[in-house]
Ligand binder design. Sequence first.
Ligand code: HEM
Length: 454
Amino acid sequence: MSTENPVTAAPPARVPSAALRPARTVVRWAVRHGLPAVYLERGARHGEPLGRLLRDGGVRNEPHALYEQLRARGPLTTGSLGPVTTSHPVAGEVLRSDRFGVGWHWSAAPAPIRWALRFGDDPDATGVAEPPSMLVVDPPDHTRFRRLVNRAFTPRATAAFEPAVRRTADALLDALELRSAGVDGEVDLVETYAAQLPVLVIADLLGVPAERRVDFLRWGAAAAATLDPGLPFRRYVASERALRAMHAFLRGHFARLRRDPGEDLVSRLVGLPEEEALTERELHATVMLLLGAGFETTMNLLGNAVVLLDAHRDQWDALRADPTGWDGAVEEVLRHDSPVQITGRTAKDDVELAGRHVRAGARVTVLLGAANRDPEVFPDPARFDIGRANARDHLAFSAGIHYCVGAGLARMEATIGLRALTERFPRLRVSGRPVRRDLQTLRGFEVLPVSLRG
Ligand code: HEM
């Protein structure tokens, strides 16, 4: 359980009956999304950039002009929800500093908010952006969760997984090749490849049945929306339904693995010795995060890469001629069009940041996508250049103790998956208008029409 977030992390004092479920849903939405939405709407109406970014679909699709407006105001500026940074050094400092945590200081919130959080708390509707997900808990709980999963993502473990990733990519490409023989060879590359590869890889790694991948993709897409502040009520309800389905699946899956464990990470997590064992709620949070983070982000990386390389055909051709360039190309895609655009940290005490006072409890919004275009660090940052010498200095995987667990896996999957795709279909072209996902925190494509034969 979180040390930072005692209100939401603690079990509710009184478990309300199922009859109260709709009321709890409304209260959960109101406190987690409705209230921030009021501030964001107000900010958007007054032209405040963060409010516009989060509320205006058009700005969200192409956020970089707005990031530059924010950057012009200095390394740390004030937005609808508090301080905001677009600066690479300031973002890095916030993410690495132990003066900032990921939990919200609910204990300092007004009594009605604390009541609402307690009343609305529901293990079956808890998403990846709520405790005890490791993404939003501070040490010592974070250290405990992280230690348990790190073992499955060491460089050696990731390298051992490479042949399986290659096989999965090849099987998907075989299926695509059959389709390319069709009338026009046109497919949606997200549906047929960019989403499939990561979901099959993470299913394999976690020992969850690949046949359920359609459900995982559906649930993951709905759950990803809960990362965004100020979600409208209808979308929140759809997300909550998906989260409940995901928790129900996980409950059955854990029971199966307890009876019949395999060699996978989840079998290990359900079978931990008593002194290390996770509570049921912690287990759900950890596996749900790994499953969701495992494909929701990597699919964006693959789609963003194909669109960027299609728009810079000389670089596509250069990679075809010299595949050793793929590692650098993947870093440049992560920098240029970061799959995770936004994160945040809460000041544990009053702190000085970029020459400004930040009070204890303030939430600093860190615009990762903007920090990765900081001209002080990346010269001519809007230029897409697979040969950029310092592309790997990006913050697309964050920094500090919450640095992405799956960064090595994502890099390996993208390098193998993209190289295999371009070798099998060297003339592949984007053939229609790609449609962005309607998300704020994550950035990628929902639909990517391509012609496989060019
Ligand atoms: C392109 C692919 C990916 C990107 C861009 C990405 C990005 C990120 C970012 C930015 C964070 C930290 C957020 C913060 O600091 O607030 C994070 C954390 C995390 N990622 Fe990834 N990720 C990717 C792939 C993966 C994969 C494949 C896995 C899976 C297994 C994974 C599992 C996690 C987990 C478990 C955390 C939480 C770590 C912690 O809180 O200590 N990610 N990721």
